[in-house]
Design a protein around this ligand. Structure first.
Ligand SMILES: CC(C)(COP(=O)(O)OP(=O)(O)OC[C@H]1O[C@@H](n2cnc3c(N)ncnc32)[C@H](O)[C@@H]1OP(=O)(O)O)[C@@H](O)C(=O)NCCC(=O)NCCS
Length: 181
């Protein structure tokens, strides 16, 4: 497990964005971008909608995802407007693998931001944590996310049929993974 604070100074400069640690003063920006039903449609139920101030505070306090992991804000024009991170790698025989997650505020969609963010973040995090495998699970109703992963060297490995129930019914979960080059 990474020690607390290990990632505090991380700053990855991308084309039109910066990846850096979430900060307590990101709360208002987080609420502006996260409180959107279009975002939660692609994500697990852990991402609430409506997204309240209390939800934002809990996230920034590390009570929702493990912020001792390299979970980074996507900053555009000085404002945090999305997130990219991995869930804690497994242990023992699974310590080489971790799960990727990301979201971006709707105002910035379809400009290639997430493709560039994933391309920057994944090789970096694989090196930083000595990972051999990064996996991402995508709902079958989320072609934009599948496109992002395919463009970033992930391969689709299979589908877990009827794995997730959303308000519009059952969905398959498509498993994508990228292995160390
Ligand atoms: C998925 C998400 C991260 C994509 O971010 P983004 O910055 O808009 O992605 P990009 O612009 O880099 O790439 C999107 C790609 O999907 C394509 N796309 C968008 N909508 C599409 C659709 N309905 N059908 C097919 N392709 C679509 C775009 O054309 C683009 O492909 P291209 O680069 O080949 O043209 C963003 O929509 C989001 O945050 N969604 C909500 C949260 C989420 O779903 N997270 C992922 C969970 S697995």
């Amino acid at each position: 497990m990474p020690e607390a604070g290990r990632w505090d100074a991380v700053r990855l400069d991308g084309d039109g964005f910066v990846l850096r640690r979430w900060r307590a003063d990101d709360l208002d920006a987080l609420l502006r971008h996260a409180d959107d039903p279009a975002i939660v449609r692609g994500l697990s139920d852990r991402f609430p909608n409506p997204y309240t101030r209390a939800d934002g505070e809990a996230f920034l306090a590390g009570e929702v995802v493990d912020l001792s992991q390299p979970v980074l804000a996507i900053e555009i024009d000085g404002e945090a407007c999305g997130s990219i991170g991995i869930r804690a790698p497994g242990s023992g025989e699974r310590a080489h693998a971790a799960e990727l997650g990301y979201w971006l505020g709707r105002a910035h969609w379809n400009r290639g931001v997430m493709r560039r963010a994933v391309s920057l973040y994944v090789p970096w995090v694989m090196d930083a944590l000595a990972l051999s495998r990064v996996q991402a699970n995508v709902l079958d109703s989320n072609p934009a996310s599948a496109q992002v992963l395919l463009a970033c060297g992930f391969a689709e490995e299979g589908r877990l049929r009827a794995a997730i129930r959303k308000s519009d019914g059952l969905h398959a979960l498509c498993v994508f993974a990228r292995l160390r080059d």
